[in-house]
Design a protein around this ligand. Structure first.
Ligand SMILES: O=C(CO)[C@H](O)[C@H](O)COP(=O)(O)O
Length: 232
């Protein structure tokens, strides 16, 4: 089975969790894209839901699928968010933000009663950190913020290169919120909570891709079948 087929399998299970009347959060990335496509098919069959997208890319896809959209201003509490992840551990701690949407993804997940992660088996790790940690920063003061991020990470036991993410044209990648992303190649993050706490003290850091205590469940698809973690 290809990676895309595995992602679709996980998305199919997540779509089965959606019921009429639900207020949904729609994730971002190639796995979430399968979910939005499958959800769109159910909406065209008559399913009545309303959804908040976590990126402009997902907004465009959801609109094209005919999914009714809302905002967290109109609908501040959601029933279920379904999103992908770059890594997840057995305690449902995540690294997200490979697609650059981590800030809206975290706001939407925090506004949801349930957040279900959909992923293929390659995303499951024993210890977070193989995937570089995205850290969203304000462009102003980038040099100083980068130094402060490095110092904060070191206090939490993490060292590694902090690379400014680039767009395909070589310019800095700019998030939907107008920020830059530093990708921290820390390797093993032994204490994600300590790192999250340390990063939160740095002025100029808007947010980071550690999602701790947000995911309530996960569907992980591999050749062996679907593994379900936590509460779906
Ligand atoms: O956090 C994300 C975007 O900001 C994505 O959920 C994450 O990067 C996983 O993407 P994919 O499903 O394409 O592997």
């Amino acid at each position: 089975m290809t990676g895309e087929e595995l992602k679709r399998r996980a998305a199919e299970r997540a779509v089965s969790l959606v019921a009429d009347g639900m207020r949904l959060g729609l994730g971002t990335g190639s796995t979430a894209r399968h979910f939005v496509a499958l959800l769109g098919a159910r909406v065209r069959e008559g399913l009545d839901v309303v959804a908040v997208p976590t990126s402009e890319a997902t907004r465009a896809q959801a609109e094209a699928e005919g999914i009714r959209l809302t905002t967290l201003d109109e609908t501040p509490e959601l029933d279920l968010t379904v999103d992908g992840a770059d890594e997840l551990d057995d305690r449902l701690r995540l690294i997200k933000g490979g697609g650059g949407a981590l800030l809206r993804e975290k706001i939407v997940a925090a506004a949801s009663r349930r957040m279900v992660v959909i992923a293929d088996g390659s995303k499951r790790v024993a210890v977070l950190g193989r995937f570089p940690l995205p850290i969203e920063v304000v462009p102003f003061g980038l040099g100083a913020t980068r130094r402060a991020v490095a110092a904060a990470a070191e206090r939490a036991g993490c060292r590694g290169a902090l690379s400014l993410r680039s767009a395909p044209d070589g310019a800095p990648f700019v998030t939907d919120g107008g920020h830059y992303i530093l990708d921290g190649a820390f390797g093993r993050i032994e204490d994600p909570e300590a790192l999250a706490g340390a990063l939160a003290t740095v002025p100029g850091v808007v947010d980071h891709g550690l999602f701790l205590g947000l995911a309530t469940g996960a569907v992980v698809a591999s050749e062996e079948g679907l593994a379900e973690l936590g509460r779906l």
